[in-house]
Design a protein around this ligand. Structure first.
Ligand SMILES: Nc1ncnc2c1ncn2[C@@H]1O[C@H](COP(=O)(O)OP(=O)(O)OP(=O)(O)O)[C@@H](O)[C@H]1O
Length: 356
């Protein structure tokens, strides 16, 4: 999709990325703008916009006074007031050939956006009559525009005008699938794969069950994953810290009561837990006592280290074993799932030792 979009832009056409909230439209728009290697101007659509916000306006005065007394009995005086013209972002981008990213352009009123029609087609930007500048500007051939819009938005949005849409190549951006969302989470927050899997699945199922599809699932996932990763919180259905974070982030995105949200959330969590147990049983039913060599990388080392130390935190394990944080987290998570390790107040202990 990105490749196609870039191709249109390189051929001189403006593009329009259209999709629901949080599907990555702005992220892709900025990435494409970056690929064009020209300075980028970012503009956010706004219902309050006037034409002058797009094109520019007169602002303040320049006062010039010239006194010529070169010949002692002749005094020549020139007094001039001039209004100063200030370019807006669109005018500057047209003049200099920058890339304009016009985010949520359908929040601006259609008659305001009309100024773009001639800039995109005839490559002429009309400017209001002014004492010190021409009435139009020839658009720089390197000028490009990337529009984004969310057709499902309900507040302050105007129907997109046909004349403008006719000049754009529109690319629909659906919500990324679960695998893509998982990869984004891992890349952006450094969370381990299994936690990312659980978060994405939990958020998706909860949104479907509560009818909160209009909110961004990916944004909620990213928030939960970042808080968990930053605070060493393992994302498991049994972990109360994780449950609280997920509830804080998900509940206010629905119109349901707290009681309804809680009941749906617990159901969804139960289903996620059952899925996890199932996948562990299917993947390897030999994980009953100690870890074996075929386990998650360094699981055995982490287990043996905990046997020696009796209890240790994530940072201690990282340092003691000289391992990457994600590797330690993955190993601990796997050990917890097999009930070989317990977490108490951020410290991990071998399960048997707790009972002794
Ligand atoms: N391909 C991606 N790689 C990394 N992060 C991404 C990607 N796509 C989306 N994101 C992240 O997801 C979040 C939402 O993305 P973004 O703001 O681009 O969506 P949007 O469609 O413009 O949303 P809205 O319509 O609500 O403005 C951001 O935090 C962004 O960094």
């Amino acid at each position: 999709m990105a490749f196609r979009a870039l191709r249109y832009l390189q051929s001189g056409f403006p593009i329009h990325l259209r999709g629901p909230a949080g599907t990555g439209k702005t992220t892709l728009a900025l990435h494409l703008a970056h690929c064009l290697n020209r300075p980028v101007m970012l503009l956010f659509g706004d219902d309050e916009f006037k034409s002058s916000d797009l094109i520019g306006s007169e602002s303040g005065y320049t006062h010039k006074k010239l006194l010529d007394n070169y010949i002692h009995n002749v005094v020549k005086m020139e007094d001039e007031f001039r209004q100063n013209w200030v370019d807006s972002r669109l005018t500057l981008a047209c003049r200099e050939g920058f890339t304009l990213v016009y985010d949520e352009f359908n929040r601006s009123r259609p008659e305001v956006n009309n100024v773009l029609l001639s800039a995109l087609e005839e490559k002429i930007l009309s400017l209001p009559p002014s004492s010190n500048q021409p009435e139009y500007l020839n658009v720089n051939p390197q000028f490009r525009v990337i529009f984004t819009s969310n057709p499902e938005e309900y507040c302050g949005v105007h129907s997109t005008q046909d004349a403008l849409m006719d000049r754009l190549v529109t690319i629909n951006m659906p919500e990324p699938d679960e695998v893509t969302q998982r990869e984004i989470l891992i890349q952006k927050t450094n969370i381990d794969r299994e936690s990312a899997h659980l978060i994405v699945h939990l958020v998706k199922t909860f949104r479907l069950a509560t009818g909160a599809e209009k909110t961004s699932g990916l944004r909620s996932c990213l928030m939960i994953a970042k808080v968990c990763a930053d605070n060493d919180i393992l994302a498991t259905p049994k972990n109360s810290d994780f449950r609280e974070i997920a509830m804080d982030i998900l509940f206010n995105r629905t119109h349901l009561s707290l009681a309804e949200c809680t009941s749906i959330f617990l159901e969804v969590l139960k289903e996620c837990a059952a899925q996890q147990v199932e996948s562990i049983t299917i993947e390897d039913s030999s994980h009953l006592s100690e870890p074996t060599d075929n386990d998650v990388p360094f699981e055995k080392e982490v287990y043996n280290y905990l046997v020696q130390q009796r209890s240790e935190g994530i940072t201690g394990l990282q340092k003691g074993l000289n391992l990457d944080r994600n590797i330690v987290l993955n190993a601990l998570r796997s050990l917890e799932q097999k009930s070989l390790v317990n977490k108490i107040n951020r410290l991990y202990t071998i399960q048997e030792l707790n009972h002794s």
